[in-house]
Design a protein around this ligand. Structure first.
Ligand code: CP
Ligand code: NVA
Length: 306
C-alpha cells in the first residue's frame, strides 16, 4: 500500500528514527562525493499554490541528487481545482510521475490529492501543517546530540502550521512543548486535544519568559503566514511582545539552541543579534531539509513499492 506524508503523525516514532538514520547516511554520502542514486529514473511533481525558497529548492535538488527528475508546477500552471478538479489532477499526475509534493492553502486539498493519487503524496506545507520542516528540525536536533524524548521546546509566536507540526512531534516523541502566543492566536483546539490525547505534553501560555524558562530549544516563525497578508498590520500590533531576543535567551538553558524555519523577519519575531548568535542553527535546519527530504522520498518509494 502506498504511504503519504500529510502530517507528522502519519509516521510512527520508529519510522521517524529510521528516517533520521537514512538522512544521516545520505548526507554523509553526498559529502564524500558519492551521492546514492536511490531514485534513478523517477519523477517528482511539485505543486505550489504559495511561494517557496527552501521547500522548492531542496526537493528539486534532492530528486536530482537521487538520480531522478523534478517538475515544478506553479499556481498559474495548473490552477488546482479551477482549470481542473483536484481529483483529476491527482489521477493524471499519478499515471505519469512517481511521487507528488504539494504546497496548498487548504489542508483538505492536499488530503483530496492524496486520496486520488496512487503514488505517494508529501505535504510541502499547508495552512494546517508543515511536517517536512519539523522532521528536518528534529533531525537537526539529533545531529546536535539532543535526546528527543527529553527536551523542552519553547515556541514563541503564532499558533500556526509550524506549531501544529511541533505539537504532533511532541505526541510522537513525548518531549515538552511550551507555546507562548497572544490571546486569539492559539493553536487549533481540536488538534491540541488530539495531540494531548496521544500523550503530548503541551503548555500554552501568554508569557514568553514562562515558555522560555529552562528551554533547550527556542523556536519562532513569522507573525504573518502566507495567505494572511491582509492581517499583517493588525498582527504586528498583537505580536509585538512575542519575540526571541536576549532576554528570552537568558531564561533558556545555558546551551539552548535557537531555531527558525525561515524566512525570518528580523526585528519582529526574532532579533538580528539572536539569529546571528552562535546558539542559532537556522541554516543547519535549512540545509537539512535537503537531506531529510531525500531520505523521506527514498523511504516512501520503498514502503510504497513504487
Ligand atoms: N521553511 C520553508 O518551508 O521555507 P520556504 O517557504 O521558502 O519553502
Ligand atoms: N508559517 C509560515 C511558514 C513558512 C515556511 C507560513 O505558512 O507562511
Amino acid at each position: 500500500m502506498k504511504r503519504d506524508l500529510l502530517r507528522l503523525v502519519d509516521l510512527a516514532r520508529d519510522e521517524c528514527t529510521a528516517l533520521f538514520a537514512l538522512a544521516a547516511e545520505i548526507k554523509a554520502a553526498l559529502r564524500s562525493g558519492k551521492p546514492e542514486h536511490l531514485l534513478a529514473g523517477k519523477t517528482l511533481a511539485m505543486i505550489f499554490e504559495k511561494p517557496s525558497l527552501r521547500t522548492r529548492v531542496s526537493f528539486e535538488t534532492g530528486m536530482f541528487q537521487l538520480g531522478g527528475h523534478a517538475i515544478y508546477l506553479a499556481p498559474w500552471d495548473i490552477r488546482l481545482g479551477e482549470r481542473e478538479s483536484v481529483a483529476d489532477v491527482a489521477r493524471n499526475l499519478a499515471r505519469v510521475v512517481d511521487m507528488i509534493v504539494a504546497r496548498t492553502f487548504r489542508h483538505e486539498v492536499l488530503v483530496e490529492l492524496a486520496a486520488h493519487a496512487t503514488v505517494p503524496v508529501i505535504n510541502g506545507l499547508t495552512d494546517l501543517h508543515h511536517p517536512c520542516q519539523v522532521l528536518a528540525d528534529l533531525f537537526t536536533l539529533v545531529e546536535q546530540r539532543r535526546r528527543l524524548d527529553d527536551i523542552r521546546v519553547a515556541f514563541v509566536g503564532d499558533g500556526n502550521n509550524l506549531v501544529h507540526s511541533w505539537m504532533e512531534a511532541a505526541a510522537v516523541f513525548r518531549f515538552t512543548l511550551a507555546v507562548a502566543c497572544p490571546a486569539g492566536y492559539e493553536p487549533d483546539a481540536a488538534l491540541l486535544a488530539d495531540c494531548r490525547a496521544r500523550g503530548a505534553r503541551i503548555e500554552i501560555t501568554r508569557s514568553v519568559i514562562d515558555a522560555a524558562r529552562g528551554a533547550d530549544v527556542l523556536y519562532t516563525d513569522v507573525w504573518t503566514s502566507m495567505g494572511q497578508e491582509d492581517e499583517a498590520a493588525e498582527r504586528r500590533a498583537h505580536f509585538k511582545d512575542y519575540q526571541i531576543n536576549d532576554e528570552a535567551l537568558r531564561h533558556a538553558a545555558k546551551d539552548a539552541l535557537v531555531m527558525h524555519c525561515l524566512p525570518a523577519h528580523r526585528g519582529e519575531e526574532i532579533t538580528d543579534a539572536v539569529i546571528e548568535s552562535r546558539q542559532s542553527i537556522v541554516f543547519d535546519q535549512a540545509e537539512n531539509r535537503l537531506h531529510l527530504q531525500k531520505a523521506l522520498m527514498a523511504w516512501l518509494a520503498r514502503e510504497s513499492g513504487t
